[in-house]
Write a protein that binds this ligand. Sequence first.
Ligand code: PLP
Length: 423
Amino acid sequence: MSHIFPRHTKVAPPKAMRGEGAYLFDETGKAYLDGSGGAAVSCLGHSDPDVLAAIHAQIDTLPFAHTGFFTSDAAEELADRLVQNAPDGLDRVYLVSGGSEAVEAALKLARQYMLETDQPERHRFIARRQSYHGNTLGALATGGNQWRRAPFEPLMVETSHIDPCYAYRLQTGGETNEAYGRRAADALEAEILRLGPETVIGFVAEPVVGATAGAVPPAPGYFKRIREICDKYGVLLILDEVMCGMGRTGTFFACEQDGISPDIVTIAKGLGAGYQPIGAMMCTQRIYAAIENGSGFFQHGHTYMGHPTACAAANVVVSKLTDGGLTQRAAQTGDDLRAALLDRFGQHPNVGDIRGRGLFLGLELVANRDTKVPFEPSLKLSARIKRAAFEAGLICYPMGGTIDGQRGDHVLLAPPFILTQDQ
Ligand code: PLP
């Protein structure tokens, strides 16, 4: 008997033995095409020799140095690379070990910024009903998925949730995409006014919604209007690009396509590409300066933050995604995959929507395409799809359930950017 404490205690997964390119292999030698990169992690596939060489070289020289005592070349190089490729104004990089850690750091930095700028009454966040920001308590509080939050509700950071920008279900007939984008964004202003602007720290959102919704992109103009509203009320805009960032949508940061720059952004997953656990929070110089000129100390930190070996891996990943052209390849392959999905499932009676950006694509599944009526939860559709795909040698990321009253079943596809046409 294994002493592992697994995620699911009633279903034993197969053992992964080896990874090569876009494939994983189990103990029987069966190959699985990694159609979701795990959970949108493995953007380079599973055996990139340059990342492996960089990890080996780093371990041979400096495997670890605690950031309470030292900085390192690998961490400084990574911060420079990220800033060079980030939207304007994101000048400071706080390196952590994963997505939830990055979100926690973002929430705490936002609160500390308010304290350091003499706005202590700002104590709450606004987020969206359709969102996932991680599983640690702060990140969980901002996430919109009610069943994930419910057992831990007494422990939550104060957050209110507004409607997402979800055209497939919330755009009304006759409303243009732009008009819908504006209406969806205006829900933020209404909520800020309801709560009292002087009490709100920040608005947290995924530019393209991942796990809870299946690659839902914003309507045109949505984030431009969100940016205006945040600026009007002194509310910080915190974008969570843990899943949709790092080239996945065809630009290095997803928000580039919306023509805005946040005050704080979080990244992870594709940053380490699965080779090392790493994440980052980036913020503007204005926020950094408030700490620098104030207490001089961000009251936060983790033992493994800025880990040199993880940074060494991420440096190669980022250079491949940017200078190496892999982000462009994700855009092109994404177009091809979307065309193939439309060709194959575009008229399918149970496929209501095919959406996404780049190699971040989602299919929304419905009982009736014309009425958009969802499937019954008792059908456990996502578990069945996951199992059937797995048996056929495909890893995809189906998800279902009620998202605050809006039921949705979807399949998320987020394959490695090295995917070939055949695959
Ligand atoms: N934010 C988003 C948008 C995510 O999709 C995830 C994970 O799926 C997280 C945060 C949490 O990241 P991690 O699982 O690395 O803690």
